[in-house]
Design a protein around this ligand. Structure first.
Ligand code: SAM
Length: 196
């Protein structure tokens, strides 16, 4: 039986069963809005398969979600559809304004700048259930944002950092992974911290 690699290089799919593969509802929404967190837009990280497992029980709750890194707003559209009762905030170093994000709050700020992070909290007050870092992908920015924003997660809230392999050397990742305060666990290239 031939094994092939999907876009997510950490995930091997049995070619024989590929046609029968059923993606989660979140991945279907991701693919509809063309965010690369799904499976069809390059490089097809398939993070939404992990996200679905983590988030499905809170889908209809009035959660508060912050995503760092707006891009073209594709993932914010996905969250907006998946979490119909959520308050969603997107933060980006560049000024973003998309008509299709009319239900989402957009905040211009640098995730590596504590003044900007503090302004975000003054404006939106914290108590986040989910924070996703898909911004600069620089280790120092990861750390600054995480150390500041983790205090504004609710108990049991999740802080997720994407694309850890972008952090350069495997040594950096190994060092970060050893620090229990940093990453609760790894799912491939996702770092997930759950607030006690
Ligand atoms: C990969 S894109 C986000 C994609 C989006 N989350 C999605 O899945 O559709 C990364 C975004 O991070 C923003 N960014 C880069 N450096 C940043 C920083 N220091 N603070 C905040 N945002 C930053 C960029 O302007 C860009 O819009």
């Amino acid at each position: 039986m031939e094994l092939v690699r999907t876009y997510d290089k950490e995930r091997e799919v049995d070619k024989m069963n590929e046609d029968a593969l059923i993606w989660s509802p979140l991945t279907l929404i991701a693919n509809k809005y063309k965010t690369d967190k799904g499976t069809t837009t390059h490089p097809g990280h398939s993070y939404t398969e992990t996200y679905y497992k983590l988030f499905k029980d809170m889908q209809n709750e009035p959660i508060r979600l912050l995503e760092i890194g707006v891009g073209k707003g594709y993932s914010l559209r996905m969250w907006d559809e998946f979490f119909p009762n959520a308050h969603i905030i997107g933060m980006d170093i560049k000024c973003k304004n998309y008509a299709y994000l009319n239900k989402v709050n957009l905040f211009r700020g640098d995730q590596g700048n504590l003044v900007d992070l503090a302004q975000l909290i003054v404006l939106y007050e914290g108590d986040f259930d989910i924070i996703i870092d898909d911004g600069s992908h620089l280790p120092n920015d990861h750390k600054i944002s995480f150390e500041f924003l983790k205090h504004y997660l609710v108990s049991g809230g999740l802080y997720i950092i994407e694309d850890l392999s972008w952090e350069g050397s495997t040594e950096t990742r190994r060092r970060l992974a050893k620090d229990p305060d940093w990453y609760l666990c790894h799912f491939g290239k996702l770092g997930v911290y759950k607030k006690p």
